[in-house]
Design a binder for this molecule. Structure first.
Ligand code: 13P
Ligand code: SF4
Length: 343
């Protein structure tokens, strides 16, 4: 059987010593005991530190985490090892649970690039020109922006969500790269992007990707849709983080260049040891700020509780549930998903 040390040794972002793994193992025991005591479930985003992924009950991308959080019934507490908007999403769709974010510094620069007051003004200005305007917000937004939106999408389903709407004119917030990626697949819609971007993915250039591929032409290139268009054009597949995990597990190719935050190639290196994952990645400071000690402290002291004001939560939940309906096939015909606009 593979030991934790052997698994963590495959990670390229951090170097784990035997001593580190001893401390990690002790913390894992403490966390497992506290989980039982608190009747808690630990969920983690794919970009989180490997030692946190190893103690999580569920690991996934934004869509999987949102769906999973909405279905938690048996646990009283959800420890959300993600960034703030993800924990907020869990609280929006499952308000009777206590949702905790272990480190309050885990924000998201992309979500912060679209303040609700500015989005509200933009919606009003665009509706004066396009009365049928629908607002699609990427899940990487604050609860207040979700409350202004007709429907939410994630990197896994942006084109499907845009296609499901009957409106022809769509404001897409806040990521201009994901907006363009969706618009390219649904050319019949007029997708108006909010001019935001993720500082992590924006840093990745076509020159660096081309250089890595030239040195190893056998690489399959997997790119996250938050990347620039000139980077996405080099991809064999443009996928959400869990889409990349599935692709790498199911595809026959042996070598991959994983173009997103570095946590994803670390997860793959641990889970798929017979394949090689070359890093074309950058680090997200927000995803890496949380430590295993923070997770332990969060469970022990029940901190930091995520609260969403009820009037915002109800509207944001409506937009999220519309996405879930499209995902679950409850909305089958294109056009059905355009519900009354949010006032
Ligand atoms: P995924 O939904 O693909 O996991 O992406 C979340 C994110 O924040 C990417 O930067
Ligand atoms: Fe936000 Fe970018 Fe970090 Fe994802 S990678 S959490 S979009 S800052």
């Amino acid at each position: 059987m593979t030991t934790l040390f052997e698994e963590l040794k495959r990670v390229k972002t951090f170097e784990y010593t035997q001593e580190d793994v001893r401390e990690i193992t002790e913390l894992h025991s403490e966390i497992r005991e506290l989980k039982r005591h608190r009747n808690a479930v630990v969920v983690a985003h794919n970009y989180y530190r490997p030692e946190i992924l190893k103690v999580a009950d569920f690991v996934g991308d934004s869509l999987e985490l949102a769906l999973m959080a909405s279905e938690v019934r048996d646990a009283d507490v959800i420890i959300f090892c993600g960034v703030h908007f993800m924990a907020e999403t869990a609280k929006i769709v499952n308000p009777s649970r206590t949702v905790l974010l272990p480190n309050l510094l885990a924000g998201c620069q992309l979500a912060d690039s679209a303040p609700a007051v500015d989005v509200e003004k933009k919606i009003a200005a665009l509706r004066a020109i396009h009365p049928d305007l629908a607002v699609v917000s990427y899940v990487n937004t604050t609860a207040a922006v979700k409350a202004l939106s007709d429907i939410i999408c994630t990197s896994a389903n942006a084109a499907k969500i845009v296609r499901s709407l009957s409106s022809n004119n769509i404001l897409f917030t806040p990521d201009r790269n994901l907006a363009r990626h969706a618009a390219e697949q649904v050319p019949e819609k007029n997708v108006i992007p909010w001019d935001g971007f993720c500082y992590v993915h924006q840093q990745i250039t076509p020159e660096e990707i081309t250089k890595i591929r030239e040195a190893d032409p056998s690489l399959k290139i997997l790119v996250h849709p938050e990347c620039r268009r000139d980077v996405a054009l080099l991809a064999d597949a443009v996928l959400s983080t869990s889409g990349m995990v599935r692709y790498a597990k199911e595809n026959a190719a042996e070598r991959y260049l994983v173009v997103t935050e570095c946590g994803l190639s670390d997860r793959l290196a641990m889970e798929v040891p017979d394949k090689t994952f070359v890093k074309g990645c950058k680090l997200c400071a927000f995803m890496k700020v949380t430590t295993l000690e923070d997770v332990r402290d969060s469970l022990r002291d029940l901190k930091h509780e995520v609260i969403v004001p009820e009037e915002i939560r109800v509207k944001a939940e409506r937009a999220l549930r519309r996405m879930f309906d499209v995902e679950k096939g409850a909305v089958s015909a294109p056009g059905d998903a355009t519900a009354p606009r949010c006032e």
